[in-house]
Design a protein around this ligand. Sequence first.
Ligand code: NAP
Length: 856
Amino acid sequence: MNQDVDVAVVGAGFSGLYLLHRLRQAGLSAIALETGDDVGGTWYWNRYPGARCDVPTTDYTFSFDPALEDAWTWSEKYATQPEILAYLRFVADRYDLRRSIRFATTVTTAAWDDTAQRWQLGTNNGTPVSCRFYVMASGCLSAPKPPEIEGAKDFAGPTYLTSRWPHEGVDFTGKRVAVIGTGSSGIQAIPLIAQQAAHLTVFQRTPNFSIPALNGPAPAATVALLERDRAAYREKARWTPVGMPRQRPAEYSWQLSEAERRERFERGWMSGELGGLSTAWADAVSDVDGNALLSEMIRGKIRDTVTDPATAEALCPQDHPFGSKRPCLDTGYYDTYNRPNVKLVDLRREPIATITKSGIRTAKANYDVDAIVFATGFDAMTGAVLAVHPMTGRGGMKLADAWADGPKTYLGLTVAGFPNLFLVTGPGSPSVLANMAVAIEQHVDWIVDRITGMRDAGHTTIEATETAQAGWSRHVADCTGLTLHRLANTWYTGANMRGKARGVMPYTGGLGAYRGICDEVVRRDMLGFRLGDASGNTTCNDGEVVRLQPDVRLLLAEMAKLNLPAMESLGADAARAFTIQARASRPAGRPVGEITDGTLPGAGGPLRYRLYRPATPGPHGVVVYFHAGGWVLGSHDSDDPLCRDLCRRSDMLVISVDYRHAPEHRFPAAAEDGYAAVRWVAQHAAQIGGRPGPLVVAGYSAGGNVAAVTCQLVRDRGGAEIAGQLLLCPVTDHDFTRPSYSENAQGYHLTKAMMHWFWDLYCSPADRSDPRASPLRGELTGLPPALVVTCEFDPLRDEGIAYAEALAAAGVEVSQLRARGHIHTSLAMVDVIITGVAAREQMARAIRRFAERRIR
Ligand code: NAP
């Protein structure tokens, strides 16, 4: 006998409860299977002293029913575990959900039956369950990690796991207690255990960043916003990166004085919110340098608080940037180490050798204790899904095998090969990096809407395709590159578990962006899903939902909102004024040693230049750089952030030289100016503080055209020695029929229409095959080594690749960098398009290598 339902759900925490409610509202039969004997999930299990949520109650609450919000009042800013558990019980009762929950029940097997198109679940309590859809609402942090410490079973006294705390509580009065672990759980429990116990020894392997929670009433400003318009506040939260409307700073650390940074830091520290510090400046958690300033200020607070210098130093995190590992909010954590009954044992200096009958032995000492608390964390994100039971999908494929090298999902919601399986806040979704209440509501709504949509359309199965899943994995990894999470060994990456595959598991692209992507999948005809019906017919609109780099995608979306006029419709003067105005709003670029402006003689009169000198002692190798702008726009300082970046990363002197622009000065003015400028710089390298000898020539877009042409002219006419050429998205030919011109004709900033306009202003059709306009058509032998950089979504992509291939065919040493997911302008958008860092780093390495090879 089976219990037949439309949907079976594992778990009765936040996710399971809301799922049951929505499924029932949609007229679907459902059951939740819950190991605990009550609702609550995380908040049922984690009853250790001090357990609280560190997301404010104004935000960590269901928002699907305004009447529920009216009916419940939170007592303080950060709710305790008992209060949150009481809330979830209240929710279960209010919506009469308990009758659909089988408590004290663990799923022991789950197998997809392809013939019946149903999941078959075995349980340890009651009849098996047959369901059309199977939803894992089992939480991200619910499978405790084994202590993994030798001798743990030998200890004679009681041991406690923070995540499996006795319901009746524990009295430590008069006891010597050990706590192992200083993550969020340990940091919350330690101050309270210290107050009660006779003595507390904390065994710390990795110190964590923690900031004061300053708990109290809910923040007045947020309460006022909610009172003014709760619906608007909630809707705004849904589209924010972390599920909470908060101010995001525009200024980067290097744009602020030390005093301004200190002022912002102190404000963040006293905000009593994790976001208070991560938003101190724009690069606080996205850039190593911006983060280092912040991390050091936090360490200063720890040193100011903890009186024993050695203990303070041991508590200072040094091995990971702030935010890369989940930071904590605490109440009196660092002060606790000033108590006479508390000792910190730094396991980096004296690792645990074994747990003994009477306590813990480290490499240096024996610590006898009466009780041990393991605050050692979880097998996060995948643990609950894999450990609950063996799960087999289509063709008997085991989920454990499918995920052997790390979890693979589409949208964090579904898994290829596992039809009709949904994960709530699964790996590859924002989940733990967002306010879970908001993340959960989004997932549940999406899942239930899909199930009802399928029912209405007569579909019985849904399954992610391999293409969509692989594309999503790439996108998740691209997003990770925008953050510092990859730099820390944490449960986010699986590093806390022996033998677990490594990789940042949560989606770091932000909840709002993610919500937009999930909606887009639906709008694009269920992109990346195969839908089937009872007769075995399937439909599939296969593809990858995000192919652009995440920050490029966001930038294009923002630009689309501005409804900017087409550049080619403006006329040259207005287009120039427009680009100057647009540039004023971008980050200024980071400081270099020195910036000076000057002029040098061009082919038709003086040309302005801007010289970027590194902060290191010279003389430096010299790069002559030509700016972008379709031979029409731009100037010696228009690519300022890129030139600063090249200068800083390559430690070379970059001289950005202007050239005459069309339509006032048509072909071959730009080309001849390029040649004249390089000759002049070669002759005056020492005078401008550069190292005499071969130069590197670089250029971007039309400037890449000028650079490529200049290298050909220097080869033919002499006048300079060139060590190498860096061509970033260069114009190399006047042929508009290459596929990249049609694939990327519009929508990616530089358009086909703009390129037509530029060419028309610069060069008459009769001259366009001249190699000084289309270097691809010139003689290519004997040219200096080159790095040719092309961007996937650029009309100029294919002519750049064609140039690189033609150079190689002509025997020139050439390497290519094909920037996946980038557009024509993105690599030059320093500090805006962070995913361009790796490419910019590679470009800098290349020009440095060109220069150095010629010195030897
Ligand atoms: P955690 O952050 O993974 O911390 C586990 C701690 O135990 C770490 O300090 C870890 O050291 C240490 N540890 C693990 N195995 C060890 C061993 N064999 N020997 C010595 N030390 C060992 O786990 P958690 O504190 O339970 O927190 C997990 C997550 O739950 C948090 O990051 C947070 O997202 C969530 N949480 C939230 C709240 C809240 O809302 N306030 C409260 C609690 C938990 P290493 O770092 O060296 O591995």
